[in-house]
Write a protein that binds this ligand. Structure first.
Ligand code: GLN
Length: 193
């Protein structure tokens, strides 16, 4: 099983370490040609969504990556990655991939209070630790988007088709639950493909 990890900016190394520990092979996606490397799942890491969006376009990676998501490739998107997937941002005029029918608010906890840690139930997965860093949250889900977790009444995790959108950073905690669930989706996709 091969996972492509967007590695133009942000916290990609931690995802790679965790996925490799779980037995997946990983390739870092830094340029257009890396997208031809035959991977079965995609990770969009945290970082700065505006910078990532700009680099994806400049590097000519935007359209081919969007097409892979649109045909059903499983995606694990964390924080800035969730912002890239959302089809609406409530406080920003940009839309990036727009492949997930959710409205996301950037820096939703404010810039100062933006970082905190909690443990919450994820639907079907039990309790998982959640680290938030200048995090967005999901204000609204449209049809087909399933809420996986809420923290204090705000939606922080959603699944749409095989796309996981998380406001927090599961790669920064010891727990492997979410990455394992993602790899299960990838396994399923690989069989169906
Ligand atoms: N605040 C960042 C953004 O809007 C996201 C923060 C993160 O990925 N940790 O892109």
């Amino acid at each position: 099983m091969k996972i492509g990890i967007l590695a133009v900016q942000g916290a990609f190394a931690e995802h790679k370490a965790k996925l490799e520990k779980l037995g997946a092979q990983c390739i870092e996606l830094r340029k257009r040609e890396d997208l031809d490397g035959g991977f079965d799942g995609l990770v969009l890491p945290g970082g700065e969504s505006t910078v990532q969006g700009k680099l994806l376009r400049e590097l000519d990676m935007f359209q081919p990556m969007k097409e892979k998501i649109e045909v059903g490739m499983p995606v694990l998107a964390t924080c800035a990655g969730l912002i890239l997937l959302a089809d609406h941002l409530s406080n920003d005029e940009h839309v990036y991939f727009g492949t997930m029918p959710v409205t996301v608010k950037r820096n939703a906890y404010g810039r100062q209070l933006g970082s905190f840690h909690t443990i919450q139930e994820m639907k079907g997965m039990g309790e998982v630790p959640m680290t938030f860093i200048r995090a967005p949250y999901i204000e609204k889900c449209e049809e087909g988007a399933e809420v996986l977790a809420e923290v204090e009444g705000n939606i922080v995790a959603v699944k749409y088709k095989e796309q996981y959108g998380l406001a927090f950073h599961p790669e920064l905690d010891e727990d492997d639950t979410i990455h394992s669930a993602f790899l299960e989706s990838v396994k399923k996709y690989k069989v169906l493909k």
